[in-house]
Design a protein around this ligand. Structure first.
Ligand code: XLS
Ligand code: NI
Ligand code: NI
Length: 435
């Protein structure tokens, strides 16, 4: 341990399902083989620097509740203490990845140049720490939503100076991600949207966002970054309306600006819920388009209607998410990033460890259930059966015909639709056998 914060917490071990130790893995067993692959390599867990180390416990009605050795976070000295604590936690959890925003890891400078030199110094520090560990960077990203300069958006800001600042910021964050061997680069447009159409030219803002995303891709190729560029959909919050509303909307935007072969999606459970979807819906939409990149695993409160970013705690839901991930071939450069934060009363270092341990166990159970469903094949068989009618030559030929010839067949009496059960409850009961 380099810092006293986690001093009395030992590295977390797999102890099996019967262990009563609150800081042991009961299901996450990195070396266990699931569908021919190590569990660690399936799940590819990442810790999110922002929620675990940068967030101080504020909510809309109250300020800081956490008191950490790295507070206040406005100095390089405390940024290093924060990094020490973060890497101590990575050593305790043993998860293979982490993720950051520039603003999480370095203090804001008085000028762009000063912010950059702070970032560079911290990236040097990370590089040093990573050299002696197996921890890797899943993704880096730029925080272009907290500072007041971003209040009307980053690439969609009506002020071209802010667009310029955003471009320069993303360049530095891509450079830093590339230097650390990051496997993806994420763009989440929290303020790429609007508060009111009364002051917003929606079409122009979208064109600027499309051009900006193309610049990201051009720069990726220029520097030889081999990772995946990911866009993270969210319907609203902080903006009243965000352009990257959900997976389907993002796919439309990416196609419109010619980026479908270059950019994939990072899907988050809480954002799916905010958009009125289930997590597996978002994953299945992206997978159907070959654009499933990575996931931000968390859980939104189903009553409060805002982005509560809780740690996952629902095996059936997580199992269905991994079912669609496995069905699409599993992660390549992506992984499971815990974009999740403690409740603001959870003050202790042990709370932070327990939150991740529980979440990793929930995901491991979900993965095992998903793999068992795939190996059993029950859902796949039911799906094939439901669409079996399309296997007949007449049905297939219909797709290459036209309305008139279809009309003739229907009129001649050849076609007589017989409604069939969708068997939803039977299928739900089937899933419940595995979770
Ligand atoms: C916020 C987003 C954010 C992104 C990274 O709701 O989930 O944390 O994942 O900017
Ligand atoms: Ni989020
Ligand atoms: Ni997220």
């Amino acid at each position: 341990m380099t810092q006293p914060f986690f001093a009395d917490i030992a590295p977390v071990q797999y102890e099996g399902p019967d262990s009563a130790n609150p800081l042991a893995y009961r299901h996450y067993n990195p070396d266990e083989i699931v569908m021919g692959k190590r569990m660690e390599d399936h799940l590819r867990f990442a810790v999110a620097y922002w929620h675990s180390f940068a967030w101080e416990g504020q909510d809309p009605f109250g300020g800081q509740t956490f008191v950490r050795p790295w507070h206040p976070q406005d100095r390089m000295e405390t940024a290093r203490i924060k990094a020490d604590a973060a890497f101590d936690m990575f050593d305790i959890l043993g998860q293979p990845y982490f993720c950051w925003h520039d603003a999480d890891v370095r203090p804001e400078g008085d000028t762009f140049a000063e912010s950059l030199s702070n970032l560079t110094a911290i990236i040097d520090y990370f590089e040093e720490k990573m050299a002696s560990r197996k921890i890797k960077l899943l993704w880096g990203t730029a925080n272009m939503f907290s500072h007041r300069r971003w209040m009307a958006g980053a690439s969609t800001n009506p002020d071209p100076d802010v667009f310029a600042y955003a471009a320069a910021t993303v360049k530095t964050c891509m450079d830093a991600t590339h230097r650390l061997g990051g496997e993806n680069y994420v763009l989440w447009g929290g303020r790429e949207g609007y508060e009111t159409l009364l002051n917003t030219d929606l079409g122009q803002e979208l064109d600027h966002m499309g051009r900006f995303l193309n610049m990201v891709v051009e720069y990726k190729h220029k520097i030889g970054f081999k990772g995946t560029i990911l866009v993270e959909p969210k319907p609203q919050e902080p903006s009243k309306h965000q352009y990257d509303f959900d997976a389907a909307t993002c796919i439309g935007i990416l196609r419109k600006y010619g980026l479908e072969g270059e950019v994939k999606l990072n899907l988050e459970q809480g954002h799916a819920i905010l958009a009125g979807h289930s997590f597996e819906h978002e994953i299945a939409v992206a997978a159907a388009e070959g654009m499933l990149g990575s996931i931000d695993m968390n859980r939104n409160d189903y009553q409060s209607g805002w982005d509560t970013d809780q740690f996952p705690n629902n095996v059936p839901e997580v199992a269905l998410a991994y079912y669609h991930i496995l069905k699409s071939g599993g992660f390549t450069t992506g992984g499971t990033n815990f974009d999740a934060k403690l409740r603001r009363q959870s003050l202790d270092a042990a709370d932070l460890i327990a939150a991740h341990v529980g979440a990793m166990d929930i995901c491991a159970r979900g993965l095992k259930a998903a793999a068992a469903m795939i190996e059993d094949g029950g859902l796949e068989t039911a799906l094939k059966d439901r669409y079996a009618g399309w296997e007949t030559p007449a049905a297939r030929a219909m797709l290459d015909s036209d309305f008139d010839s279809i009309f003739d067949r229907v009129l001649s009496g050849d076609i007589a639709p017989e409604p069939r059960s969708g068997r939803q409850e039977i299928l739900e009961n089937y899933v419940n056998r595995f979770v």
